[in-house]
Write a protein of this length. Sequence first.
Length: 484
Amino acid sequence: MDSTKNSKSNIYKFILLYSFIFILIRFFASKYGMTYDEAEQFIDAKNFVLGYTDQPPLYSWILKGTSFLFGLNTTMMMMVYHTIVVIFLVFLYKISELIFNDNIKSFYCFISYSLFFIYSYDFYRYTIHTALMMLFCALALFIYLKIYLNKTSLINYSLLGIFFGLGLLSKYNFIFFILALIFSSCFTKQGKKVLFNLKTLLAIILCLLITSPHLVWVINNDFQPIYYALKRGEAGSSSVIFNLISVLLNTYWNYVVYFLTIIIFFFKDFKKQMTELNKFSVAILIFCIIFPFLLIVILKAANFSQRWLAPLNIFIPIIVFSFIDIKSEKILHKLFKLTILILIIVFYAMRISSYYFPNEKRPSFLAKPYKAIFSDFKNDLFKNGININDPDLQIYSFKEVCILAGIQTFNKDLEIKVIYPKVETKKLSNDLIVYSKENNRDFKQFALENKLEYRNLFSKTAPYLHSRKNNLYKVNFAIINSVE
């Protein structure tokens, strides 16, 4: 009993230490700026609305609520995000423990999630909405498994419906997770009992109640988030077999890496007998492999990121380890632990290098010198004849949401908006637009298409942070004269 408690305690300590190091790395880099997702949330969380153009609203709502207590700042945003990740990792382990009821097997299943790039690296880079969605995947799966194991209380079904609703408000591809559970439930007796149950109706009602306000917003706004998702996936663009193969490789490469690694280190531990859990696992595995393939083919998607499969990836280690029986630790198992440790160290090094040794050709958002450019923003405008106190003056950023966050970080009382492709351009008369040199061509094209007359006021440049070649980042400031 004591050894079991010690094992759990060590796992939780590992999770906290693992996340704490990433927090420290990010904290020391926070003075340099925000990532794209952080900047997006910094802007969106200022206002409570039922929906946003490109992402579901739940994360912005959480930040808005938290900002009443701690203010809206980079430190608060980091702490909220990493709290979400820590809770996700804790429940990821609890799921393994619940299924296998075996400390050793649960441990190896848990650490094998590190083989998925989305969980071990991308979570600490820019996948804000995905991390929140995965938290609700873990919570929903934990509750579903408790129901599957005959804990069929109304509270559990209610929690399942609530987590489904919150998951859909976190990221739309959470629907993949729900479909996988429904599909696999049809292949076992116990799964059918969970699915075809009057209590399931309660879960559905709660899910609909939670999501309905946002769903109404999506309908009233011409399904903008859906069109944005289809655009991201370049739906209808892949008509050549070669392109299709490329998309499939980009989608499934991490599955291949995971399966090969587990086979190498655990090939002696695979068992042959088929249990009820194995049938459930096989059904989910079929869905995880076939569903993305069908989606890519039907939509003719030219871009399908592996991280969009994050809600399906959560099943893979559980599936694989349901076929593994670890009676005692072997040398190969210890080598697997060493491999995971090396992988984690490599990911730490990659995070540090991305902050302090930026790519000279494509510097990250954190390498852009927003403080040098915008710390004297009001005075720069005043020198160029712009009255910053004019109540009719609107300030826009073209495309780059990080520019907005950069301006507002150093000028907290200003309200800046971003120009999206569907902006009502007739509202832009006599307003200020800020855009980087990187988007110079796109801005000119935008102005031409929307018949905007503008004049450039001034530009500011500063070296990219940590640039060994002293490359310069340039921002242009222009005033809209009129709209034809």
